[in-house]
Design a binder for this molecule. Structure first.
Ligand SMILES: [Fe+2]
Length: 247
């Protein structure tokens, strides 16, 4: 686990990819006095390590905000107190398959959420999951969840999406591109910094998704990625998508 103090009261807990795993994990901790709001929880192992580090600093985990409710983001809740306030999309029940000890409070897309010095605003971004949201932090950072994924060496990971959700994922990425942001943080992989890098990263995923969508899944991996500037990890996500297109 690597702990980065990004700026005052904002920490990135980073878990690089373990041997044989496609992706690692980012958990972001926002500090308000002694209280902590954590964005995503990864699995129990990562959540426990973060909790231990926070406790050693005299801090108390009070909130967990989920970018979405896939197991690699919510399963860590099992290792955390039942009293913690868990926040996420109003659509969370469409995705949440695990029993978690906490009750989920739906975020408001109109009012946002204030946590100490942090103004958080939320935008629905369905596609990767029905409950995916974008989280704006003080107008400076945008957490894009798993709309974009990469490895910590910067290698892009193919989007994970169900075939029936391709159009939604494309729409959410187009919306993200139009936001014209220059600091994008992710559930998996390093921060994307600068409009050029952000725009290219989004275009690479869009070109892939559109190629699969436009051919109704009748394309090779080479054809699907022909319009991309990068090579992707995660070929199994392509195989899964093509298999679903045949059903
Ligand atoms: Fe994920």
């Amino acid at each position: 686990m690597i702990v980065d103090n990004i700026e005052n009261n904002l920490f990135n807990y980073r878990f690089p990819e373990e041997e044989g795993f496609l992706y690692g994990f980012n958990l972001y901790a926002l500090i308000n006095g002694n209280d902590v709001l954590l964005i995503d929880s990864a699995f129990s192992s990562q959540a426990r390590q973060v909790k231990k580090d926070l406790t050693s600093k005299g801090l108390r985990l009070t909130h967990v905000l989920l970018t979405h409710f896939h197991p690699d983001h919510v399963a860590g809740l099992i290792a955390l107190d039942a009293e913690i306030t868990v926040l996420g999309s109003p659509e969370y029940e469409k995705t949440l398959t695990k029993d978690i000890p906490q009750r989920v409070t739906a975020v408001s897309f109109s009012d946002g959420f204030q946590f100490g010095d942090f103004n958080l605003a939320f935008t629905p971004a369905p596609g990767h999951s029905a409950c995916s949201i974008l989280i704006d932090i003080n107008g400076k950072y945008l957490h894009a969840g798993d709309n974009l994924m990469s490895r910590y060496d910067g290698k892009a990971i193919l989007p994970w999406v169900e075939f029936s959700e391709l159009a939604n994922h494309i729409s959410s990425l187009e919306m993200l591109k139009e936001m014209n942001r220059d600091r994008i943080i992710l559930g998996h992989g390093p921060e994307l910094f600068g409009r050029k890098e952000v725009s290219q990263a989004i275009d690479d995923r869009l070109n892939y998704l559109k190629a699969v969508f436009d051919t109704a899944g009748k394309c090779s991996h080479k054809e699907a990625t022909a319009g991309c500037s990068c090579e992707f990890a995660g070929n199994e996500f392509f195989q899964k998508l093509i298999a679903e297109s045949a059903n």
